[in-house]
Design a binder for this molecule. Structure first.
Ligand code: ATP
Length: 262
């Protein structure tokens, strides 16, 4: 879903740098995420996708550059407001011991609660809806420690949905999921009326995004519609694979077929 062309960007990165002892992890990344779009982040292992998501979520302060949230510098936006606007589902999310799956999902409501606005029936409904959206409602009473990797991943996504953010940042959300739940999750995320930034390794899944940003060694090297970005030349130069597009005779969809490493 593309936002109106003249809508202000939901989230902007300007010349973001993040250092590490050996080599910089992000080197001057600038991009503007359009209101309502699904922006895919792709790139080889270690290219900086997770680090960029953490900077965009405000979990890491940039060494140089700036993140702007709805036009305002993130570093000057109160944490509680950031928590209401932005949800991040990380790749290796923390393990929460001795709580149930429902408890974990309920944490998503925290930014909205206060002494004047205690937990209520509306929150129960939002949590139930979030669990149903990722098919974990039948596991609500289960201890976190007893859940499988894919069930935990879906529960983390339910927690983010319960947060009701305007911007959803997802780091390889289909990791650990079986193919049914991968497709269900991508469909769910694509249909959400919020701005999405999603790091993905599966480039055929990435084709579903409105635009793709390609990171290579900490630099943003391409940004645009998937069909324009994922060319055989780029796949060779950035990912080191030979690939060709094939067309599904059933519906005319274009799919990437990986031929060999180059
Ligand atoms: N705190 C840190 N200190 C030093 N190096 C780090 C730190 N965090 C990340 N790195 C390194 O920075 C690089 C980028 O990491 P990042 O996790 O952002 O990449 P990624 O594109 O998400 O990778 P992947 O596809 O493997 O998940 C990697 O080489 C990683 O080892």
């Amino acid at each position: 879903m593309n936002g109106p062309i003249d809508a202000p960007p939901s989230l902007e990165a300007e010349a973001l740098c993040w250092p590490a002892r050996r080599a910089p992890i992000l080197r001057g990344v600038s991009l503007a995420v359009r209101d309502g779009e699904m922006l895919g982040l792709v790139g080889p292992n270690g290219s900086g996708k997770s680090t960029l998501l953490r900077l965009l979520a405000g979990l890491l302060p940039p060494a140089r550059g700036e993140v702007r949230l709805l036009g305002r510098p993130l570093r000057r936006t109160p944490r509680r407001e950031v928590a209401r606007l932005v949800a991040l589902v990380e790749q290796q999310a923390e393990t929460l011991e001795r709580i149930t799956l429902r408890d974990a999902v309920e944490l998503g409501r925290t930014p909205w609660l206060s002494a004047l606005r205690p937990w209520g029936a509306e929150d129960d409904g939002i949590v139930a809806g979030a669990m149903a959206a990722v098919d974990v409602q039948h596991l609500a009473a289960r201890d976190w420690a007893s859940l499988s990797g894919g069930e935990r991943q879906r529960a983390h996504i339910a927690r983010a949905l319960a947060q009701r953010p305007r911007i959803l940042l997802l780091d390889e959300p289909t990791n650990h999921l079986d193919i049914h739940h991968q497709l269900a999750l991508l469909e769910l995320v694509a249909a959400l009326p919020v701005t999405k930034v999603i790091a993905l390794h599966d480039l055929n899944q990435a084709m579903r995004c409105d635009r793709l940003a390609v990171l290579q060694a900490g630099r943003l090297i391409r940004l645009g519609p998937p069909a324009e970005v994922l060319t055989p030349e780029l796949l060779r130069d950035v990912f080191g694979v030979r690939a060709a597009f094939v067309t599904d005779p059933e519906d005319g969809a274009r799919l990437l077929r990986f031929l060999s490493i180059s």
